[in-house]
Design a protein around this ligand. Sequence first.
Ligand SMILES: Cc1ncc(COP(=O)(O)O)c(C=O)c1O
Length: 412
Amino acid sequence: MLRQAEHDVSFSQNLLTGEHLSNPTLHPMMPDTLTVAPAAATSSVLSLASGYGHFAVPAVALAAATAALTTAGQHAEPLAVAPAAGLPALRAALAARYQRRGARNVTAENVLVTAGAKTGLFAVLSELLKAGDDVLVPTPNWFGFSELVRRAGGMLRPLPLAAANNYALTPEALRAALTPATRLLMLSNPNNPTGRVLSAEEWAGLLAVTAEFPDLWVLSDEIYEGISFGATPVPTLLAQPGAGPRSVVVSGFSKSLALAGWGVGCLVAPPALAAAVTARLFATGVSVPTPNQLAALAATEHAEEIGAALCAQLKPTRQLLLEGLAALPGAGEVFAPEGTYYVFADFRRFLPAGLPPAEASALLVRRLAAAGVEVVDGATCGAPGFVRLSYAVPETVLTEALARLRAGLVAE
Ligand SMILES: Cc1ncc(COP(=O)(O)O)c(C=O)c1O
């Protein structure tokens, strides 16, 4: 039996090599799930690894859920069980919000409520993919895609993008990577872990290419859309003039709407696919509890205010992290990501020499853990030598974590 720390490192080390697939003991206990458990309470390690921000639950959401529970209690009634596709009012509110964001053709019929974004991703991948189907994923990208694609039967093929080029995905690079057999192009926008946001102009160039491939679907995971520090809101795939009939957006409430732990996500797909995914969800799971959906409805109706409040809360820690990284030896210019609450720091200069990249990256992450800071190994996202650091943590935690990072990196 591996101890937990060894187990996590081994798993992340092997994620992109596929070694974990043949070793069932390397179970995916990834940082997004690890850190909501009180890891820091049982050890002195501070975590910058969690995918979930340290945000207060929005008051409107809390009030909506509380009212539903209070009413059920007062009337001694059971909670209503929501339809598999989600509460009609929430689907309609989500559709209305996509329309306000420029996706004029989205109606409630296209929208499903899912038990978090992950459930939506897995259901849609399971509908779209046949065994061995080619799924192209520009990397770095969210480590969770790897297992989701594999378990849905697909074969994830990374398309590496360069930090030096600000992770630009050019139409030429996309065209060169796609084949007539590619079933799906899947990405996150804003990107987890780099924070890179695809602009409308970039989408236009990429969608002109995807249109050349009649069997190709495009899936944009937009779960971080409300956390953005750019001049314009993050453009949704669905609002792009070039978005074809095989476009899907997955999103959720656990990041941009501060409802981590509530288990609510959503999915927007063409009607036939939405119906097939609904049938799958009905057959294989339960609908999201009604109080949680009512909380999500309230959050959807106040999405812009909630997103703005989170960004205002995040500004000081964003600045603190960027300054802390810039002050490390050999830092050069530190790139300020436009979206998400992560910085994907280039620590390649701190890698031990003479080891294969993934091994060196895992060793570096272990060294940081020994110094008292848990980070996400960039190797799990396709970029060994980088680490994902969250600044959605209290300022005191970040200040201390930066001091420990520095001590861990400059020692030796
Ligand atoms: C890009 C991306 N998609 C989906 C998820 C999963 O979201 P949820 O908590 O709603 O299942 C995450 C969580 O870290 C994520 O980063």
